[in-house]
Structures are given as C-alpha cells and as structure tokens.
Design a protein around this ligand. Structure first.
Ligand SMILES: CCCCCCCCCCCCCCCC(=O)SCCNC(=O)CCNC(=O)[C@H](O)C(C)(C)COP(=O)(O)OP(=O)(O)OC[C@H]1O[C@@H](n2cnc3c(N)ncnc32)[C@H](O)[C@@H]1OP(=O)(O)O
Ligand SMILES: Cc1cc2nc3c(=O)[nH]c(=O)nc-3n(C[C@H](O)[C@H](O)[C@H](O)COP(=O)(O)OP(=O)(O)OC[C@H]3O[C@@H](n4cnc5c(N)ncnc54)[C@H](O)[C@@H]3O)c2cc1C
Length: 650
C-alpha cells in the first residue's frame, strides 16, 4: 500500500516499502489536510520537472551568495509566470508584507495596496528590528514625525543603532516596505506604528533620496535571502501611508487609539502561528532524508558472518530518528490549533488575541528549538555524509534554527507565555474562576486529579494518563514560580526585579505548559482518522511522542513522587515497544510526508534511494573538479614541496 515505489529504485528501499502495512496515500492526505492538496502538490512538482528553466543550473551548494541570489531572483521572476507562490526573495513579501496589509490596513488602503502586492507589482518586507533593538519594541528609535502643514510623515533614523537591521529581502529585493517607527504628532510620542514606505524607484530600483539600504552580509544560513539594513534621512510619506485599520491619525494630527493595545503586533502573532507548520515540515524533511538513508546504509554486522545490516536496525538509530517523525506530526496538530485561533482573530474576534499570543509564544519557542535539535540529530545520525551539503541537512538546520531567534527570541517568547500562566496562578490563589473557557489553560484551575500517576505496564496505554502527568508538572512549576515571585515581593523586591529573578523557573513552567498543549493536540488530532491501519500507525507515533516526552521530563515527574522509578521504567519500555512497532513502516511513514526530491534537496534522501552513485555525481560537479591540478597549486603547495625537497638534498 506504499504508492511511492517506482522501477529502478534502490532494492533496499523497495523492500522496505513492500513491508508497508497501511495506505501512504491516506496518511499523506491526513498530514497535508486533504487529498486535493496532495494532488496539487504532485501537479506542481510534475510542472517543475517539465520546466527545466525552473531548475538550478548547478547544485546551489557550489554557488557563492551573489549567484545564489541571482539564481533565486531568476526563478522567482519565472515563478510569477508559472505559479502564484514564489520563493525566497519574496519570502517576507508573502509571510509579512501581505499579512500586515490584511491585518493593519483600513479598507481604502487594502483596496489600493493588496491587489498590487498579490500581483507582485512591488516587493515588500517588514522592517521592524533595528541594530540596537529587536526584542524590546517599546525602545525602537526610528521616528515618523507628522507634519500637519503638508499632511506628511517625516521618517528618520536618529542614531546608528536606529538603522533597521535584519529584515529579509530588505537589502536588494524590496522596493515598498513596512517600516515600524515611533509615531510623533503634535509633540507627543505614541510609540511604534507601521508605515508603508517606498525605498526604491519602481522603475530603476535605485534607492530613493534619503534612503541608505544594503545587504547585512553573510549569515549562519539562508544565503539566498538578502537580509538588509536601512537608514532613513528625512524621508517624507503621505499621512495615508500610516496603516490605519487599528490606530488612526487625523489630518490635523490628532491620534485615535486602537481597540486593543497590541493589535499592531498582529503580524508577528500571525507568523508565530503559521510557522509551526513550516517547522513541522522541516522536521519531516530531515526525518525523511535520514530514515530513507538509514534504510539503504549498511554498516556493521550484528551477528558475525551474517552480513552487514542497515543502520536502521540499530535501536539507537531508531531512538534518534523516529521521535523526530513523531514530533513532526505533533507540531502539525499543534499548528492547526493556532492557525484556527488566528483565523478567529482575523475574522474580527479581538478578544482571542491574548490567548493566541499566550499559546503561540510558547509554541513558537518550543517547536523551533525542538525542530532545530531534531534536524541536528538527523544530520548526526547520517554519519559523514550527513555533514556533506549533499545531504541537504546542514542548510536545513541553518534555516530552521533561525526560527529560534526571528519572530521573537525564544527565551523572550517563553517569558511571554509565562505572563499568562502567572496571571492564572494569581486568580487561582484568589479562588477566582476563569472569566472564559480556554482549553489551553483550564487545567491550571484544577488540582491534580490522581495524586499518583496512572502510567502502568500496559503496552497499549491511555494517552490521558500521560497528559495528566504533563498537566501535573506544568501546574506544579507554574505555582512554584508564582509563589517564589510572591515571596520575593513580600521581601520588598519590586515586581519587575522579582520577575527577572524568577526567569529560569518561569521559562521552565512555560515549557512544561507548552508540552502539555502539544501532547493534547496530538492526542485529539488523531481521533479524526477512521482508517484503521493508518490509525494504528498514528497511535504508535503518539505513544512514542508521549513516552519520549515523559523521559525528557522524568526528573520533574519524580520530583514530588507523582511517579515512581518503576513507572519511568514502564515509559522506557513503551518507547522501545513503539520503536519496534514502527520499524517495519518507518520508510513508508516518512514517504507519507510526501516531500518530493526538489523539496528534500538531498542526495541522501532521494525517493529512489540511489545514493552512492548520485553522491559521486554530485561531488564531481564541484567547480574544484574542473581542474585536475588547481591553477594556483605550483605557486603555493607545489613550490613549498619543491623547496622542501631541494632543502633536504643540501
Ligand atoms: C504564507 C506562508 C506562511 C509561511 C510561514 C513561514 C514562516 C517562516 C518564514 C518566516 C520569516 C520571518 C522572518 C522573521 C521576521 C521577524 O523576525 S519580524 C520581527 C519579530 N520581532 C519580534 O517578535 C519582537 C519580539 N518582541 C515583542 O513582541 C514585544 O517586545 C514583547 C516581547 C511581546 C513585549 O512587548 P511589550 O509591548 O513590551 O509588552 P509587555 O510589556 O511584555 O506585555 C504587555 C502586555 O501585552 C501583551 N502582549 C504582548 N505582545 C502581544 C501580542 N503580540 N498579542 C497580544 N498581546 C500581547 C502581554 O501578554 C502583556 O499582557 P498582560 O500580561 O499585561 O495581560
Ligand atoms: C534570519 C533572521 C531573519 C529576520 N528577519 C527579520 C525581519 O524580516 N524583520 C524584522 O523586523 N526582524 C527580523 N529579524 C530580527 C529578529 O526578529 C530579532 O533578531 C529577534 O526579534 C531577536 O531580537 P534581538 O536580535 O534584538 O535579540 P536580543 O533581544 O538582543 O536577544 C539577546 C539576548 O537577550 C535576551 N533578552 C532580551 N530581552 C529579554 C528580556 N526582556 N528578558 C529576558 N531575556 C531577554 C534574549 O533572550 C537573548 O538571549 C530576523 C532575524 C533573523 C536571525
């Protein structure tokens, strides 16, 4: 029932696929939400295969940044002709420029800017972070001073640290951008607001007067994105270039406050909510690459004389890789919840914003961190070839790990999540009931149902016993942090300083709370699956996820005797049992992520499993191999060795 088998595949991979005990089509459709999306994915891939102009002239790993960016812009310009969605030089246009227009533009502005943005008549980005500030938005320095005489804003970067710094595609690609600047009107500073600012001529693309813009240089990864810097010197824009759906400024300079103070932060909440799926996909890509490779990589004999085995036979290899598959599924289910909540907010339910901010802050932090860790684990589990750019894993890691920083540095996001927990703990301590149902936090108002955890040695455990255990830990850590805050304040320490002195405990509580949320979404999510063989695979993945997470927080569970060591032993056995059950289907399960060879961008993860011959082809295409002897050899090493030989004759 594995529909990914094709003639000419590596027989080691085909034999794996023939062991498949479920329908990969049904599982793939469940992961991508429906069969229609799978069909569309296959159509786009087939289209890509047929249109060679969309292909890279050589493996991009061999290109310098200049040629990578040129190649990416070339493909993007072609994509406009072929498909609506475009690649990296437009990443921020789609993930932040358009959402900001949807989120912050009033109807008249939307009518003017949205069609042009969607039709790619301009390229935009979201320029908020500055050289001196990224986290602390209250202290952003760029100013937008209103001039009522001309009804314009005058934008300035008052200091070097005010330079916008990091925005993706700002350096060379974008020409109309969102600038977050302090709104100053009639001498009053209203804090950061968003403005629509032309920075390059629409025809010549030359930077406009008063604009200094450029690329910030090479980074840890994401080489095809021109993250840029921007300095503004008396740049004038019309009053109506301030996004005015939420806050407004009248022609005479009077300011009208937004309904909710944080509506301006809506784009960030959007990206945090939707990037969870992107992270799930990245972990799915890494799992696909490393598990397919582990199914064709033979290394070492288990029993002498019986021949080398696939490294996927080793329990340690399964323990490194299969939990990443489980987490990719867990993150997909968790992300569906935050996307639904965001849709509610975009639909006009402003009240949902605090809950959405609370859950998306913690989720973004935990998911990006575990995704980066998981990709690195997949890379290391591929041995030497995992370290080669041919595997696609180093670049995948470098791209994913940026998510721990952008859209809100992870530690800061966990502390934002902790704000919500502390407020609830305070209500509980005052015996106040929740003002409105919130399925994410209601458990905090309860006391631990079972004083003892119900994890026992049944090999078909009920997920609720594990989720209750996670709730118990999150509750304990939340109230422990809250009580410590209160004690510090009773000793006369300010609330702000007490908060800083409890930072690590607050971060631990937020992490435990987020783990509980993810586990609950995964457990609820698989209930929709009606096909029994596929449901069995999902239950094994859920069991693996839950008990793997138990082992990750065993100390917190043992801390107050909520579990005993024997139950940790049961949990370990449940992990091993889940690995055993999943092993025969491992390759088909990652096949069901349905990532094609273009998305995988990996010789190790190719669908056909023909790795070795393609590794050699890939290496041969290195520009270095255009020369048998490098042109500079005799100038340096050759001369050095010749001198050494001459020297030794003396
Ligand atoms: C189409 C395909 C998609 C694919 C998708 C692919 C994705 C993959 C590519 C992504 C590509 C991106 C590339 C990176 C793009 C950048 O990185 S854009 C820049 C991102 N920058 C940030 O995230 C800045 C982080 N900092 C902040 O958000 C704020 O400074 C902080 C940390 C929330 C603090 O803000 P603050 O105003 O000082 O607020 P604070 O005093 O802490 O709290 C005051 C109250 O506001 C609340 N609050 C704070 N923020 C919020 C909020 N956002 N909402 C609601 N309430 C809030 C607090 O909860 C608090 O409430 P109470 O507890 O008092 O009730
Ligand atoms: C690849 C990439 C793409 C990006 N794209 C964009 C973009 O398109 N547009 C844009 O505007 N920005 C973008 N950024 C910038 C990004 O949003 C910021 O880097 C991020 O918000 C972190 O802010 P910072 O760099 O100021 O880190 P800092 O806040 O300076 O973090 C440094 C350390 O200080 C700690 N810290 C800071 N404040 C607190 C606090 N209150 N409590 C406890 N600890 C604290 C942090 O946890 C961290 O450990 C991008 C960044 C990257 C890496």
């Amino acid at each position: 029932m594995n529909s990914y088998i094709k003639p000419g595949d590596n027989p080691l991979l085909t034999e794996e696929r023939k062991k498949c005990q479920f329908s990969t089509d049904i599982l793939a459709a469940f992961y991508h939400e429906n069969a229609q999306k799978i069909k569309r994915r296959h159509e786009i891939y087939q289209y890509y295969l047929e249109n060679k102009e969309l292909h890279d002239p050589e493996p991009t790993e061999f290109m310098d940044r200049y040629h990578r960016l040129e190649n990416a812009e070339r493909k993007v310009s072609l994509l406009k002709k072929h498909v609506k969605k475009a690649g990296s030089p437009l990443g921020l246009h789609y993930t932040m420029m358009i959402p900001t227009i949807l989120n912050n533009a009033d109807d008249e502005q939307k009518a003017e800017w949205l069609p042009k943005a969607q039709n790619l008549e301009f390229i935009g980005t979201y320029a908020q972070t500055e050289l001196g500030h990224g986290t602390n938005l209250r202290f952003l320095e760029t100013t937008a001073t209103y001039d009522p005489k001309t009804q314009e804003f005058i934008l300035n970067s008052p200091t070097t640290s005010a330079a916008k710094w990091w925005p993706g595609n700002l350096g060379k690609s974008s020409n109309r951008i969102i600038v977050v600047a302090r709104l100053i009107s009639n001498g009053k500073d209203y804090g950061p607001h968003s403005f629509f600012v032309p920075i390059r001529d629409p025809i010549t693309h030359k930077s406009l007067p008063g604009v200094t813009v450029g690329d910030i240089g090479p980074k840890f990864g994401i080489p095809t994105v021109d993250n840029g810097f921007l300095l503004l010197n008396n740049v004038r824009i019309p009053r109506r270039n301030m996004f005015m759906k939420n806050a407004k400024l009248n022609p005479d300079g009077t300011y009208i406050s937004p309904k909710h103070a944080k509506l301006a932060y809506g784009t960030m909440v959007y990206v945090r909510a939707v990037m969870i799926r992107t992270m799930s996909h990245m972990l799915g890509l890494a799992s696909t690459i490393s598990i397919r490779y582990s199914a064709i990589r033979k290394q070492g004999e288990i029993e002498a004389g019986k021949g080398e085995v696939k490294v996927l036979e080793y329990q340690t290899q399964q323990y490194r890789l299969l939990p990443q598959v489980a987490r990719a599924w867990a993150f997909e289910f968790a992300g569906r919840y935050t996307r639904k909540l965001y849709a509610q907010f975009l639909g006009g339910d402003v009240d949902v914003l605090p809950a959405l901010h609370g859950v998306s802050s913690g989720l973004k932090a935990v998911v990006t961190h575990q995704t980066a860790q998981g990709i690195e684990q997949c890379r290391m589990a591929c041995g030497g070839h995992g370290y080669s750019e041919a595997s696609g894993l180093p670049q995948l890691f470098a791209t994913a790990v940026a998510g721990c920083t952008y859209e809100g540095e992870n530690m800061v996001m966990l502390l934002q999540s902790a704000r919500q927990l502390v407020k609830i703990a305070s209500d509980v301590r005052k015996n106040q009931k929740p003002t409105k149902q919130n399925p994410v936090t209601d458990y905090l108002y309860k006391t631990s149902a079972a004083t003892k955890c119900k994890i026992d040695q049944t090999t078909d455990p009920d997920p609720s016993s594990v989720i209750e255990a996670f709730e118990h830990v999150a509750r304990r850590l939340t109230f422990a942090a809250f009580d410590k805050l209160e004690q510090l304040k009773q000793r006369g320490i300010s609330a702000e300083n007490a908060w800083v002195q409890c930072g690590v405990d607050l971060r631990r509580a937020a992490t435990a709370h987020t783990r509980t949320f993810i586990a609950r979404q995964f457990s609820n999510g698989i209930l929709e699956m009606r096909d029994l063989p596929v449901q069995a695979v999902l239950k094994d993945l859920l069991q693996l996820y839950l008990f793997y997470e138990v082992l990750e927080c065993d100390g917190d569970l043992l801390y107050d005797g909520y579990v005993i060591g024997q139950q940790i032993e049961y949990s370990k056995n449940n992990v091993y049992e889940a690995l055993r059950r999943l092993r025969p289907n491992a390759v088909s399960i990652v096949d069901s992520f349905d990532f094609n060879d273009r998305e995988l961008n990996s010789v190790l993860g190719r669908r056909d499993g023909n790795v070795y011959e393609n590794m050699l082809e890939w290496a041969k295409s290195s520009p270095l191999n255009k020369h048998d002897v490098m042109p500079f050899h005799h100038k340096y090493l050759g001369k050095m060795m010749e001198d050494a030989r001459q020297q030794s004759k003396l």
